[in-house]
Design a protein around this ligand. Structure first.
Ligand SMILES: C[S@@+](CC[C@H](N)C(=O)[O-])C[C@H]1O[C@@H](n2cnc3c(N)ncnc32)[C@H](O)[C@@H]1O
Length: 277
């Protein structure tokens, strides 16, 4: 059978690439002239380094042999700066699928922190989506914004994203001016139950609300708050991940380092309470 030759995609000036180690570690790099310092790789001129290389090529940088790949959310996450504790892949993926978040969704999140969750949200919402993030601590907002702006350059589409720097309780006018009805909201702050009633107001009928609760007390209080404002709890619990490895003497088996507890998740839906006359 005749094998067709792969068309090589030369890395364009200004393009972002990821240099991937075989174990999955990756470094994000933009092909622009001038010296850059990339943690783990060293200092170099990225335009000179990538000159003549294509996506899929192998490249040597210092002592490392790397594959040049198109960056995605995965590489952006591995390279993100972190300040506050982030929501990881395990919980982000579940929340997104369970809450029906996708192209064109209108989503509210508080707090934004380092944008761990927001990066996952942005990657599935497309350019028609609206994402409103609220963050009360300026030093966290800076890190989150940096991570989101880099992701914006990497993804083919990015939602209409707003970052409100302030307390969620003071964000009503700002949120309503952008979008008066949201499809879903995810709360990841220490006292989620305090803002559940505020968030409920923004949701459309059928809209979903989730709280990310590291402790059982947070879960219980959020549960009560969701029910007190007339919403229905649709799912509460935790996602448990168990990774398998290849054993040294053959066979595959569960690994020795499972991901422990991250948080309990609780998801509710807004329903209509008015019966037809
Ligand atoms: C655990 S972090 C959020 C992490 C984020 N979900 C992620 O995946 O990267 C919690 C954030 O909520 C912020 N926060 C706490 N109370 C808040 C409030 N009332 N309004 C807005 N942000 C708040 C904190 O400053 C902190 O950055």
């Amino acid at each position: 059978m005749k094998r067709t030759r792969k068309v090589m995609e030369i890395v364009d000036p200004g393009e972002w690439v990821a240099l991937r180690e075989d174990d999955g570690r990756a470094y994000l790099l933009q092909k622009t002239p001038g010296e850059v310092k990339i943690k783990g790789l060293g200092r170099f001129d990225a335009a000179q380094l990538l000159d003549g290389y294509s996506i899929g090529d192998r490249i040597i940088v210092g002592q490392k042999s790397l594959t040049i790949v198109k960056p995605t959310l995965v590489e952006a996450r591995r390279n993100m700066s972190r300040r506050a504790q982030v929501i990881g892949i395990k919980d982000s993926g579940f929340l997104i699928s369970w809450m029906g978040i996708g192209i064109g969704s209108r989503i509210l999140e508080g707090g934004h922190g380092s944008a761990g969750l927001a990066m996952h949200l942005a990657s599935v919402m497309g350019e028609k989506g609206i994402l409103i993030s609220v963050e009360s601590r300026p030093e966290h907002a800076i890190v989150g914004k940096e991570n989101m702006e880099r992701l914006r350059e990497i993804l083919p589409e990015f939602p209409d994203w707003y970052l409100f720097e302030g307390d969620f309780r003071d964000s009503r006018d700002t949120i309503m001016n952008i979008c008066d009805s949201m499809d879903a909201a995810i709360i990841d702050i220490a006292e989620p139950w305090e803002i559940v009633p505020i968030v409920e107001e923004y949701l459309r009928p059928g809209g979903k609300l989730a709280c990310y609760c590291p402790t059982t007390i947070q879960l219980e209080k959020s549960w009560e708050a969701i029910e007190e404002c007339g919403m229905i709890v649709e799912w509460a619990g935790e996602m448990i991940e168990r990774k398998w490895t290849k054993a040294s003497k053959g066979g595959v088996r569960p690994g020795n380092t499972p991901i422990g507890h991250t948080a309990f998740l609780i998801m509710g839906a807004k329903i209509s309470r008015d019966d037809e006359e």
